[in-house]
Every structure is written in C-alpha cells, then in structure tokens.
Ligand binder design. Structure first.
Ligand code: SF4
Ligand code: SF4
Length: 199
C-alpha cells in the first residue's frame, strides 16, 4: 500500500513530524510513503520510514543523521585544529592533541575512523558559547527512532558505527549493559591518557 504525503507549509511539516511515532509503528508496516514535491527535504526521513527491517532502518537513520551533521558543519571549522591542537586547548595552552578524541580508539591522524552521531553533535562550552550548534532535536530523521533509541544515540560516545547500531537494535536493558561494559573497558585507557597528559 502507498501513502502520499502532502507537505506544503510549516503547519503540514510540523504535523508530519508529530506523526512520525505513528508512521514508524507496526500499523504502517506495509505502507510505502512518498511525496511529489519535497519542499522541506523530508526525503531522508521517508527513506528510513520505507525500510521496514529494524536493523536496516537503524543503519539508514544513523547514516542520514551523519550526512546531515557533516553537511551542516562542512564549512564551519569551529574546533579550528592547528598542529593537532583544538581551539580550546590552544587557548588554555594545554599540550593535548586531537581534542575530545584524544583517548578514543577510533582517532587517527586523518580524523575519526568511524561515524558517531553523539560525537558529531558534541561541542564543549568554549564552542557553544561562541557559535550556534545543533542539538539532537534539530536532526529530524532521529525521530524515526524511539525515545530510548534517541537518548542512546545522543550519548553513545567513543563507539563505532556498528556498536551504536547494535546498541539501538538491542532491547534497553541489553543496550545499557553493552554500553556500560564498553565504558568499563575503555575507562583504564582514559585514565592512562589523562595521567600521561599531567606528566
Ligand atoms: S569541542 Fe571543544 S574540546 Fe572538543 S575538540 Fe572542539 S574545541 Fe576542543
Ligand atoms: S568515535 Fe568520537 S571520540 Fe572517537 S575518534 Fe570518532 S569522533 Fe572522536
């Protein structure tokens, strides 16, 4: 079955956003959504809604959220890295390299080796005081996920894209267990990095 969406103005758009919890539910399991004229760029959301397998839909949402964030920040360069040191650490005259990523497994000289929505959303106070940054509420495609999944994806730092996808796929208890275990595993490394920085 097909369902045509008509989004002509802000009111229609807000109604569409408010109904996302319904469109992603079992009731619309066999419904294919489409739109004739996409004035408000809802195509990424429809793409996710039209994927009916949970795992594939989660991966699509993560991918679309990352594309949105990358495009938004493409020309902004807020952290302004120079010789591997970010704006905050240069201003404090710290010798830390690679900013917030410095204790993470996925850092490299070429940047992050994975795609993490929480990390892409995060900016320290030094940056948020100076610039407008996005919050999770601005990434509308994330509303294809449940509230728990949105909370998880918004706080699942230092994790690979596959780990985050699995955290979202699991039931809340299993997901919390997975994240806690990962944090316990990386905590000693964090301590070591912080200790070495103080030397
Ligand atoms: S968010 Fe702040 S601490 Fe993190 S890399 Fe950017 S400037 Fe540095
Ligand atoms: S996963 Fe996050 S903390 Fe780790 S390298 Fe990528 S952006 Fe940095």
């Amino acid at each position: 079955m097909k369902k045509k969406l008509i989004i002509n103005d802000e009111k229609d758009l807000n109604r569409f956003y408010n109904r996302l919890w319904l469109y992603r539910s079992f009731i619309y399991r066999f419904v294919y959504f489409y739109i004739d004229e996409d004035k408000y760029n809802v195509t990424p959301i429809l793409k996710a809604l039209n994927i009916k397998y949970r795992n594939s839909r989660i991966k699509c949402v993560i991918n679309e959220a990352c594309i949105y964030l990358d495009n938004y920040y493409k020309d902004k360069n807020y952290c302004d890295f120079k010789c591997y040191k970010c704006a905050l650490h240069r201003s404090k005259k710290y010798n830390y390299k690679n900013g917030c990523c410095r204790a993470c497994d996925y850092q490299s000289s070429g940047g992050c080796l994975t795609s993490n929505v929480a990390c892409k959303l995060f900016y320290c106070k030094y940056i948020t005081d100076k610039y407008d940054t996005l919050t999770i509420k601005d990434i509308k495609v994330l509303y294809v996920l449940s509230l728990f999944q949105r909370m998880t994806i918004g706080s699942d730092y230092f994790a690979s894209v596959d780990d985050v996808a699995m955290d979202l796929y699991c039931w809340p208890l299993a997901s919390t267990f997975r994240i806690s275990m990962r944090m316990l595993k990386i905590y000693p490394r964090f301590r070591k990095v912080i200790k070495n920085e103080k030397l």
